[in-house]
Design a protein around this ligand. Structure first.
Ligand SMILES: [Zn+2]
Ligand SMILES: [Zn+2]
Length: 497
């Protein structure tokens, strides 16, 4: 049953207010900037630059640079917190970061004790008469937020980027062949190597509940600099599984009731920190085989869920099709019919990166393509939130599915909203590439509209028109190949009266 628009809006406003009240309002302290000068008097000494970390810090980032140098030789840097040594990078890095879960290679993640920290400048060689002027900038964060493992976007250009949202490694129950051939816990790098080898643009590593994989991901991101490594984890509860993307801090998974309040303890924490919650394989049954695999959490306030894993690779492999009640369409349709804007994505849920691509459900199968403002974690989250996203069942980079609509002067891209008055006409334009002889299907409010089906155009766009009836609707498209197999699944455009 559909929720009347006014009730949905009221609920949204209430939720927004509640969310704002609960939101973390901690403000980061101002950046500490410390400058200094070294001369021959500092030759072969260990000078200390002291900075302060306040209680409750979630991240410390140190940037060191020379303002002026009269010799080439620099100084080695290392750092001590108030209690212990935290790492050393000599002259090879001018920036490093530490958080509870992960740190720049050469540095140790862990608790960030409050107090006086010391950046140690070890001057192995300062010539007589030489001078070195330096600057140290220390940024302390005091609230969790989305984490980038790379210093800059992997690609700054806007565009379609393709990847896998659901990958396990040996940091939970992922396995692969060791050098002896024995199947054992699979290191994170093997999954990343497979993703890079399959030319994916991004991969989210989503081990169950743990936060232990992030430190390795930061190290791997430097080396695998063409594939975005996105922080993820699969919240694995007795009452459902959901991926949280973007964040690295611990989130409470120990639910004991399926009620909304228990679930919101972690969902709201994730949303308040700028993360994104995606319900996984909601159509799979819960039982001894799979703890909490189906989604049985009571209805949540609107806006709680950002995405649904509409196609799960494990289920795809089991049934040989992305269709059927075991996939995530039912929950997705229900949320969309309630007036929510929830993005449909796919994820392989792969537990072994060695499985060959001939099989469905291997790493990258299905692929999800996301239109991003840039290839970064920020861009990935923004892209999923925008809803300009499609699922590619066959991992085919030549395939593309896009949707746009016009009604008078109004325009909307896939994922967007289009105002459509009663009696007015909206024209929809579909780009469906790489599926010659295929068929575009149109779905309105979860129901197939056979009269609007179109053959995939050889070039350009296919189009169809819809009349406004003064009510709220959502319309999405999907593509079948020449054999009738569902191969591309698009996200809706939302019609608003
Ligand atoms: Zn799961
Ligand atoms: Zn999983």
């Amino acid at each position: 049953m559909k929720t009347p628009l006014c009730a949905t809006l009221a609920a949204l406003v209430l939720f927004a207010a509640g969310s704002a009240l609960a939101a973390d309002r901690r403000v980061d302290p101002p950046e500490q900037v410390i400058t200094g000068r070294l001369t021959r008097a500092d030759h072969q000494t260990h000078r200390e630059v002291v900075f302060t970390v306040p209680p409750g810090a979630t991240r410390v980032t140190v940037r060191f640079r020379y303002l002026r140098r009269t010799q080439d030789a620099g100084v080695d840097i290392g750092v001590f917190d108030p209690e212990r040594f935290r790492g050393w990078s000599g002259t090879t890095r001018d920036v490093f970061t530490l958080s509870t879960e992960e740190a720049t290679p050469g540095y140790l993640p862990g608790p960030l004790p409050a107090g006086r920290w010391r950046l140690v400048l070890s001057a192995s060689q300062i010539r007589p008469g030489a001078e070195i002027e330096y600057e140290t900038r220390v940024a302390v964060e005091t609230r969790p937020r989305p984490v980038e493992f790379a210093d800059a976007p992997i690609n700054p250009a806007p565009g379609w980027y393709r990847g896998d949202f659901h990958v396990h490694t040996g940091d939970s129950d992922g396995s692969c062949a060791a050098h002896s051939g024995r199947e054992t816990h699979c290191p994170v790098y093997r999954a990343v190597e497979t993703a890079a080898g399959r030319n994916l643009d991004f991969v989210a590593i989503t081990d169950h509940n743990t936060t232990a994989h992030y430190n390795e991901m930061r190290e791997l991101q430097e080396h695998f600099d063409k594939v975005l490594l996105a922080p993820g984890r699969e919240m694995t509860t007795f009452f459902g599984h959901a991926n949280v993307f973007g964040l690295t801090q611990f989130l409470e998974y120990r639910m004991t009731q399926p009620d909304a309040a228990d679930a919101l303890s972690w969902i709201q924490a994730a949303n308040d920190s700028g993360g994104l919650v995606s319900v996984n394989h909601p159509g799979v049954a819960t039982g001894e085989e799979c703890m909490g695999c189906g989604w049985s959490v009571d209805p949540l306030p609107p806006g709680s869920i950002g995405a649904v894993e509409v196609v799960n690779g494990g289920t795809l492999d089991e049934f040989g099709t992305p269709e059927g009640p075991k996939q995530g369409f039912d929950l997705w349709d229900r949320l969309l019919n309630q007036g929510e804007h929830v993005t449909g994505i796919g994820g392989s849920d792969i537990h072994n990166p060695d499985l060959p691509t001939e099989r469905l459900g291997t790493l990258g199968s299905p692929t999800t393509a996301v239109y991003m403002p840039e290839l970064s974690v920020k861009g990935l989250l923004a892209g999923v939130r925008s809803g300009r996203v499609f699922i590619d069942i066959d991992m085919r980079p030549d395939r593309l599915l896009d949707l746009r609509a016009e009604a008078g002067p109004a325009r909307a891209e896939m994922g967007g909203s289009l105002p459509l008055a009663r009696g007015a006409t909206a024209t929809f334009f579909v780009t469906a590439r790489g599926v010659p002889g295929g068929q575009i299907e149109v779905i309105e409010d979860a129901a197939l509209v056979p009269a609007l089906a179109r053959p995939t155009p050889a070039e350009g766009e296919a189009s169809f028109a819809v009349s406004g009836d003064g009510a709220r609707h959502w319309i999405r498209v999907q593509v079948r190949d020449i054999h009738g197999r569902l191969v591309l699944i698009g996200n809706p455009i939302y019609l608003t009266p």
